[in-house]
Design a protein around this ligand. Structure first.
Ligand SMILES: Nc1ncnc2c1ncn2[C@@H]1O[C@H](COP(=O)(O)OP(=O)(O)OP(=O)(O)O)[C@@H](O)[C@H]1O
Length: 470
């Protein structure tokens, strides 16, 4: 056999039996095999997270299976979509159809569940926030797959995995997506009962129901749901009776073909405080990572937030690009911290926001967020900190050496100079051994690009930013 479509279908089918339905549907089913220009076979995963999982847990076995089937003795490599520079349409990712063929791309069919029953009266759950809708959610590289899946779930799509489990670090949009799904699903089916609650609320309501001896009413209220969304599932960890109740709620709803959407700060199998049987049920559908935002997504979210504040009349006009960039670069944490910084700037600058320059922004944010003017960071300090971080000498960064181990830290240092000082590209170039401004520009762009693709670079930049800020 030499046709990659057929080999992939066969190899993936065998792998499915070996790694189990949960892992298969999370990491293998949404992936596709592509043949690049040089004939190299590449398994393209939707996210960097899925790529790392496949690399660690399945690639060796996948290659064994592939080699056993392929008459051409080829090997599979694995990359994520961002590295391939293309995104298959969302409909192909979770369409619930037979294998979709697009050029030389093959994607696996998705599992299907029975369509939900209509009929129950709509119940709007407490705790939903009106502003958290698909309209206000900004798409970026780290959340495109999650957003596509969320839209499918909200549309009550038949090819819907059950449960869908969104996971990722705090503050990058899981609650936003669950809210958006709930609003949209309810809008599309006003008669359906859509129930959203946090795991903490699940826990406290259940405990109260046990004390009041009204657990039957509690069970009925959840089991009548056509769609149940539970946010921050990690908080049920450690409470045996609540976990048992959650498990029986989930199994009852899934058996009835009702939709379940969950979120947590980790993938199901990493929730070590959760009892193994519940964990395996949580992992039995689709695990969908929501990854940390890159700089361009943060900029878009900050811009969005300012527009929303302008619509509310809190600020007027637009904000200068360099002000927005400064705001994003001085807020290395999650979207939540970024929103806090935008709100703070809006509150202290008010109507003056649109006329603010960089220096004034620095001063305002410095005193508002730190209780004093922001500390100035110098080029020299950045060079020393970067050199130390990569166990180099400051002179190496200024030297002519072009080996990757020196060139990359040099580019990171240039990037940090652009972010944390007000120096121009030519000025930075002069301070890096008299380099041309185009070299600096290239270095800064390269690091921006790599931060979106390479977790290690993103972590290095974040750690250095923290060190520089003291
Ligand atoms: N892609 C996005 N577009 C617009 N706003 C976003 C986006 N991602 C996050 N936010 C905003 O950032 C804030 C934090 O997001 P959210 O509460 O959804 O995070 P989370 O992942 O659920 O965090 P936690 O695990 O702490 O509950 C929210 O105000 C949300 O609206």
């Amino acid at each position: 056999m030499t046709d990659p479509d057929r080999i992939w279908t066969e190899a993936a089918g065998r792998l499915r039996g070996e790694i189990g339905e949960g892992a298969f549907s999370s990491y293998i089913a949404p992936s596709a095999v592509r043949v690049d220009g040089s004939g190299q076979l590449i398994l393209v995963t939707p996210t960097a997270y899925a790529r790392d999982w496949v690399r660690k847990n399945a690639l060796r076995r996948m290659n064994e299976l592939w080699l056993g089937l392929d008459g051409l003795n080829r090997r599979l490599d694995v990359r994520c979509r961002a590295e391939m520079g293309s995104t298959p349409p969302a409909s192909q990712v979770a369409a619930g159809r037979a294998p979709a063929h697009s050029g030389n791309v093959v994607s696996m069919p998705m599992a299907t569940v029975a369509p939900v029953a209509d009929g129950a009266r709509a119940v709007r759950a407490a705790g939903l926030q009106e502003r958290l809708t698909f309209d206000s959610f900004v798409e970026g590289q780290g959340n495109a797959f999650a957003l596509a899946i969320a839209r499918q779930a909200a549309a009550w799509a038949d090819g819907h995995f059950n449960p869908i489990f969104f996971c990722g670090p705090y503050g990058y949009g899981k609650t936003h997506l669950l809210n958006a799904i709930a609003w949209e699903a309810q809008r599309l089916r006003p008669d359906a009962k859509v129930v959203y609650l946090t795991a903490e609320r699940f826990l406290s309501t259940f405990v109260r129901a046990m004390q009041d001896r009204s657990t039957a009413a509690f069970k009925d209220s959840l089991r009548g749901a056509d769609m149940l969304l539970i946010d921050d599932v990690q908080f049920v960890g450690g409470k045996a009776s609540t976990q048992e109740e959650l498990l029986s709620t989930l199994t009852a709803l899934i058996e009835d073909g009702k939709k379940i959407v969950l979120s947590a700060d980790k993938p199901p199998m990493a929730l070590t405080e959760v009892e193994p049987r519940l964990r395996s049920h949580l992992a039995s559908g689709l695990t969908c990572p929501v990854e940390p935002a890159d700089r361009s997504l943060k900029l878009a979210v900050a811009r969005n937030r300012i527009e929303a504040l302008a619509r509310l009349g809190v600020v007027s006009g637009e904000v200068r690009a360099e002000v927005l960039e400064h705001l994003v670069d001085r807020t290395p944490g999650s979207m939540r911290e970024l929103e806090g910084a935008v709100n703070t700037l809006a509150a202290v600058a008010g109507a003056r926001l649109s006329t603010l320059g960089l220096d004034e922004t620095q001063a305002l944010l410095g005193s508002a967020l730190r209780g004093g003017p922001e500390r100035r960071i110098t080029v020299d300090e950045i060079q020393k900190t970067v050199a130390e971080h990569f166990t180099l000498k400051q002179a190496d960064l200024l030297s002519e050496r072009r080996t990757r181990s020196v060139a990359r830290p040099r580019q990171i240092a240039m990037y940090l100079c652009k972010q944390h000082t007000t120096r121009s590209y030519p000025d930075i170039g002069r301070r890096f051994g008299g380099r041309d401004h185009t070299t600096v520009l290239h270095g800064v762009r390269k690091i921006e690009e790599l931060m979106a693709q390479d977790d290690q670079i993103a972590r290095d930049v974040e750690a250095l930013t923290r060190k520089l800020r003291g």
